[in-house]
Design a protein around this ligand. Structure first.
Ligand code: 13P
Ligand code: SF4
Length: 334
């Protein structure tokens, strides 16, 4: 194989460039055609750009996406989200082809907990149960007893016998929130999400003063000083539901701004303000989530690349932690 051919193969394995798409194509039509032709399903997280959300078969939070991945009868799962989410889908449906439009769509939170270091950390607490936020690598899941998402985290912690010690990884902010909420003492790994750590308490207070009727709502991945100001704390689906059910007509939203698309769609007469970050950039857009574009989604479906591949041992040893999470969630009616 020539150097150029090798470079092209690597490019298609990692992802595609938007430029490769014929600009005259109607991508919505093409993607719909490919979905039918290949019996593919598009699962999208709320943090994806609006166009991707609009073409998805299912849009949801991390728990909903895992539940869909576990039960779909499609042959191909196209995951419009980040790497750990697509890995989770592959673990739950190992016989299916799982595609991610851009393999570089990682996660700062998952990266903040390298498995080889976590293994050593875990050795210090041999009797503890390991609860990992689903925002972690597949390999970390092999070192985990039970996963959780922000929707079911309280129920997962409460399902662990009270005399058992708990290690919680990798998100220290969610961990601290859970310690407060459940009263359980937990050993916390010091990881965090770059998007949820960027909010400015001072600027949020100013925005609240300018919009005194607005409810301030926040994702539990935010730091404690931000959560302390919140009228409501919840996962993406929890935040969305709150804006639909609450009678307020203005909301200041501290999470990735992609969710505002669904909030606005569900409540067109309400006003949503993204919580301001502590500098002038659009930092409440996740740079990993936003690597996926409609063009890359189309190319990935056309070429069935890049594909998620996991070693068998990772699937075997990692999947019980996700299955336990799904069982506790089902029991709790989530
Ligand atoms: P949820 O959608 O489960 O609330 O998770 C948010 C998130 O950070 C995903 O990366
Ligand atoms: Fe990871 Fe944060 Fe991006 Fe979610 S928003 S994918 S936790 S970096």
């Amino acid at each position: 194989m020539t150097n150029i051919a090798i470079a092209e193969k690597n490019l298609t394995q990692r992802g595609f460039l938007d430029l490769e798409v014929d600009p005259t194509l109607d991508l919505f039509e093409e993607i719909e055609r490919l979905k039918k032709e290949k019996n593919a399903i598009i699962l999208a997280h709320y943090y994806q750009e609006a166009e991707i959300q609009d073409i998805a078969d299912y849009i949801g939070d991390s728990l909903g996406l895992s539940q869909q991945a576990a039960k779909t009868d499609a042959d191909i799962i196209v995951f419009a989200g980040v790497h750990f989410m697509a890995e989770t889908a592959k673990m739950l449906s190992p016989s299916k082809k799982v595609l991610l439009p851009d393999l570089n769509a990682g996660c700062s939170l998952a990266d903040s907990c390298p498995p080889h270091l976590f293994r050593k950390f875990k050795e210090k607490y041999p009797d503890h149960v390991v609860v990992s936020y689903i925002n972690c690598t597949a390999e970390l899941k092999t070192l985990t007893d039970v996963c959780c998402t922000s929707t079911n985290a309280v129920q997962i912690i409460e399902s662990i016998p009270e005399d058992k010690g708990i290690i919680f990884a990798p998100d220290i902010n969610l961990g601290r929130y859970l310690v407060k909420k459940t009263g359980r003492d937990m050993v916390l790994w010091n990881g965090s999400c770059m998007v949820h750590e960027i909010f400015s308490g001072e600027k949020i207070t100013k925005l609240m003063l300018r919009h005194p009727e607005a409810k301030f709502i926040a994702h539990p991945e935010c730091e404690a000083h931000i959560l302390d100001k919140a009228d409501y704390i919840g996962s993406t689906s929890g935040l969305l539901k709150y804006t639909q059910e609450n009678e307020a007509t203005e909301f200041i939203v501290a999470t990735e701004s992609g969710i505002l698309h669904q909030m606005q769609k569900a409540s067109p007469h309400k006003t949503f303000y993204p919580a301001p970050p502590n500098n002038t950039c659009a930092c409440n857009e996740c740079p990993h989530m936003r690597l996926n574009t409609l063009e890359k989604l189309y190319l990935c479906m056309k070429h069935e690349l890049p594909e998620i591949e996991l070693p068998e041992w990772v699937i075997e040893q990692g999947v019980p932690s996700i299955d336990r999470m799904l069982a506790v969630s089902a029991k709790a009616g989530l």
